[in-house]
Design a protein around this ligand. Sequence first.
Ligand code: FES
Length: 156
Amino acid sequence: MATTEWTRRRWLDWVVKAAAFLVTALIGLPTMAFVVLPAFRRSRPQWLKVGRLDEFRPNEPTAITLTFQRRDGWVIRTVRRTVYVVVKPDGSVKVLSNICTHANCAVRWEHQKRAFFCPCHDGYFDLNGKVISGPPPRPLDELPHRLQGGFLFVRV
Ligand code: FES
């Protein structure tokens, strides 16, 4: 008789523990996922509309400041990024970063010199972003772009 009660008690004990484990898992796992998973989320590249292509003058780089949201884990921040749109006389387009490839200073287009100028260490880049002089080790970065319905889109 004692053996039967012991078995029933053990079985009941096991059922209570299993139910407790199940309830904990059902509540705890989604909660943990809700708290932990955002830490691994990153923004995907996005396409931003820059403007009508016919608004840009050929051979005259135009500075455009793009504003967009970027997610990095739990942090969502507003990013402002300046790019230069260069439309060639043949209609081809380049979208250049304004960040110097030497030490990340902001370059600017110097109309009189017909070159991008980096004031930090006197770096110069031509209309295509290629290094003319100074310490920059490589050309300005080019951003992917596409034309759609007469509008220019840039991927950031
Ligand atoms: S950061 Fe541009 S030349 Fe040094």
